[in-house]
Design a protein around this ligand. Structure first.
Ligand code: XMP
Length: 256
């Protein structure tokens, strides 16, 4: 089963299109050993309400990829949840290849990558590594934070058509051309989700972070065309993460 199919299956089984971002605030050395237990506990209690788990450097850096994080990946897989590494791969091809091999070998099912680096000697080796291991690659199109427009929103001359085009539209087209398994557009920019959705024409699912703490709204993101919502701190820092995840899942379910 492909990465896309695994996420779709988990989403259908749990009736949830919420991707859990397993993020925690910075911890001083004396408290770091608590991070593993906290992450494990969140997977245990939240897993019925989410369709995938996204990791970021928040856990890779303090726990290490082949130590704590690999065990958390096993835990997510035991619960039949696919896993995503939000490493925004963004370097020269040979380096990207090494990064991708380590993350896939550790057990990640998909990586997020930055199309700014291009294909040849850029992301091509990442897509090849993914293909060899039956894993996924998700591309950024428009990020969720306030400054996103400074890069992803620039008007550029599309190398193929010669037309002036927003950068994120060029990236959405590249996602189709390169065979990406997902495209990220911030929930904080529903109008951009809609534009990207129109380019992708339902061929690639849109993952949308930024709901909750960053101010993005569930309904507008989904109505604009997002398939999955990525939610982190609203769940992980909640007093009752399971209840919060269920509530967010239920609101998303109610959006027609
Ligand atoms: P919060 O706590 O804001 O966490 O719900 C969101 C998670 O998603 C990451 N993030 C992004 N990842 N493209 C990405 O690939 C984006 O535009 C983007 N915006 C937020 C963020 O780092 C955190 O892990």
């Amino acid at each position: 089963m492909s990465f896309r199919e695994r996420v779709a299956e988990a989403a259908e089984e749990r009736e949830s299109n919420i991707v859990l971002a397993l993020d925690f605030p910075y911890e001083k050395p004396e408290n770091r050993q608590t991070l593993y237990k906290r992450a494990e506990n969140i997977i245990d209690i939240v897993n019925p309400y989410v369709c995938a788990v996204k990791f970021n450097h928040h856990l890779i850096l303090p726990l290490g990829i082949f130590n704590g994080v690999q065990k958390l990946l096993e835990k997510a897989h035991e619960k039949e949840l696919p896993t995503i590494m939000d490493c925004k791969v963004n370097d020269i091809g040979s380096t990207n290849h090494v990064i991708a091999e380590y993350y896939y070998e550790a057990g990640f099912d998909a990586l997020i990558a930055n199309p700014f680096v291009g294909w040849e000697e850029g992301l091509k080796p990442v897509f090849e590594a993914a293909k060899n291991r039956n894993k996924g690659v998700i591309l950024l199109a428009y990020m969720s934070h306030k400054g996103a427009g400074e890069g992803y929103g620039q008007i550029v001359v599309d190398a193929k058509s010669g037309h002036r085009t927003p950068q994120y539209i060029v990236f959405a087209r590249k996602a189709l051309e390169w065979g990406a398994d997902g495209v990220v557009v911030g929930a904080t920019y529903p109008e951009k989700i809609k534009e990207v959705y129109n380019v992708l024409a339902g061929k690639i699912p849109i993952y949308s972070p930024g709901v909750g703490v960053q101010g993005g709204e569930i309904e507008s993101a989904l109505k604009a065309g997002a398939s999955y919502l990525i939610v982190g701190r609203a769940i992980t820092l909640s007093e009752n993460p399971a209840e919060t995840a269920k509530r967010i899942r239920d609101i998303a379910l109610s959006v027609k």
